[in-house]
Design a protein around this ligand. Structure first.
Ligand code: HEM
Length: 490
């Protein structure tokens, strides 16, 4: 009986004790979020924040140092304010993995307002979920290796024409403007089906104006860069719409076209169940815009750096030359390259990959935070943006020893393989660049033609480049060239 009384008195006491013991834990679990902190750093002056500071650093090619300084000061996560939005900078392979695998409900691929207004709301970078999958699948159906295989010969012809028109007969050329011209011509011809002539010439100027405004403050006043970019966008849009209408008429008239380009393939794409178009005209305009911006600057920068690195490293140059001469030996004079030939250019592609590691054309990228995100001990608030920079991972000496050394065989000689998400030049996950194969074909075909036909030497000792936001060689990278053979036909 006494035991029973004791037990009945004890039970509530034990329950209360247990409750008291576990209450703090419960509290901790429930309110864990409120203990998380906003990452360290400063948001600076409202709206402006660190925008001018980073733009200045990039223009003087000190962008990497600028980010390194942040990492030294605050660690791999810090807050700042860029282009009018509070931002969190993330660094390292774990951060890269987080960004590329995070649910799109938390972290959306929304670009800053300036980029979005210039590129259009329907471009792939702005889409998510099913919408993103549908438009991406349409682009990939043209950009996948199985389709592109058929275009190697056409790419080769386009490159030959470029060498004939712009290199042949010259003793000195400027590499960067020429590589831009080449990639623009290749995209116009293979992807858009736009012939050489006034339309192409107008487009190239308009695209340059449009690109410039993407990293400017989104202030739309008559004298601002942003205003000029918006005007350029409108003009480009009407050119693309006209192109779509012309192609549609052509399709109705002649049916399937053998020499198809990307625009034609997007127009033709039908939903099998409803027989309606998979992409609207708006989808096509904004994505043609994206493909031009994504493919024109990036590949021209890759080619410019590869040519520069080959001029600076005789041993690597000799290896590339040997590989390319071997391929030429197996072909008749003037015979076009094939997909199988490209597969043999393994060393040349390693050179290009090492160049992408050291000088990734995409310097940084953004995402928008849709809901508060817990990241380690920190919270990244809803409405902010996240920024990361591939060059920071590529130059991390714990991942790539002696990161400033140009070593195309580094992965073969390195004792430990870099962890996943350490090579980020083409992004990753479901957002990985769908144009990487196109860029590979273009780069290898150009280097093959160039190294077989020409020798080259940099004209200047100091070839300074800044970023705007992509690398720009102030003097265009002038180079003395000499034709190797009487015929430039390869
Ligand atoms: C050396 C050349 C290139 C480099 C280094 C490069 C790099 C990149 C990177 C880093 C991304 C991901 C950006 C992010 O996650 O925010 C990306 C996306 C993209 N790239 Fe490229 N790119 C190159 C060439 C091309 C070409 C030639 C095309 C088209 C023909 C292209 C089309 C695209 C598109 C459409 C996306 C968006 C993908 C998506 O969001 O699903 N790129 N590129």
């Amino acid at each position: 009986m006494t035991e029973l009384v004791c037990a009945s008195i004890m039970e509530p006491a034990i329950s209360i004790t247990i409750l008291l013991l576990f209450l703090p834990l419960l509290f901790l679990l429930t309110y864990r979020r409120s203990f998380k902190r906003i990452p360290p750093g400063s948001l600076g002056i409202p709206i402006i924040g660190q925008s001018f500071s980073i733009l200045r650093a990039m223009r003087t090619n000190k962008g990497e140092e600028w980010f390194q300084e942040r990492v030294r000061k605050y660690g791999p996560i810090s807050k700042l304010n860029l282009f009018g939005t509070p931002t969190v900078f993330l660094h390292g392979p774990a951060a890269n993995k987080f960004i590329y695998t995070c649910s799109e409900e938390l972290l959306a691929n929304k670009q800053p307002a300036s980029v979005r207004r210039i590129m259009g709301e329907r471009n792939l970078l702005e889409l998510s979920g099913d919408d993103h999958r549908r438009v991406r699948a349409a682009l990939v159906s043209f950009l996948k290796p199985e389709t592109l295989k058929q275009y190697v010969g056409r790419m080769h012809e386009e490159i030959r024409l470029h060498l004939h028109n712009h290199w042949y007969g010259n003793n000195e050329i400027k590499v960067m403007p020429l590589m831009k011209m080449l990639t623009f011509d290749v995209i116009c011809s293979l992807l858009f089906g736009i012939e050489r002539g006034p339309k192409r010439d107008t487009l190239v100027k308009l695209f340059e104006d449009a690109i410039e405004g993407m990293v400017s403050l989104p202030i739309n006043l008559p004298f601002t860069t942003f205003n000029r970019s918006l005007k350029a966008r409108e003009k480009i849009k009407s050119i693309i719409i006209e192109l779509i209408h012309d192609k549609r008429k052509k399709l109705e008239k002649i049916g399937i076209c053998s020499n198809e380009d990307l625009i034609m393939s997007l127009i033709r794409m039908k939903d099998q169940s409803s027989d309606s178009s998979v992409l609207s005209d708006e989808d096509i305009v904004d994505n043609i815009f994206l493909v031009m911006l994504a493919g024109y600057e990036t590949t021209s920068i890759l080619l410019t750096f590869v040519i520069k690195l080959l001029a600076e490293d005789q041993t690597v140059y000799n290896h590339v030359l040997k590989e390319q001469e071997e391929i030429s030996k197996g072909k008749a004079l003037g015979e076009l390259l094939t997909w199988d030939d490209l597969a043999k250019m393994k060393y040349t592609w390693k050179v290009a990959t090492e160049s992408l590691r050291m000088n990734p054309p995409v310097f940084f990228s953004f995402r928008t935070v849709l809901q508060d995100i817990e990241y380690g001990e920190y919270i990244i608030p809803k409405g902010w943006q996240v920024i990361w920079a591939p060059c920071m991972t590529h130059m991390d000496e714990n991942i790539y020893p002696e990161p400033s050394k140009f070593d195309p065989l580094r992965l073969e000689s390195q004792a430990t393989k870099p962890p996943p998400y350490s090579f980020m030049a083409f992004g990753g996950g479901p957002r990985m660049c769908p144009g990487n194969e196109f860029a590979r074909i273009e780069t290898l075909t150009m280097i093959h033609n160039l190294i077989n036909a020409y020798t080259w030497k940099l004209s200047l000792k100091d070839n300074f480049f800044g970023r705007n936001p992509v690398p720009v060689f102030i003097q265009g990278l002038p180079m003395q060239i000499e034709l190797k053979k009487s015929s430039y036909e390869m």
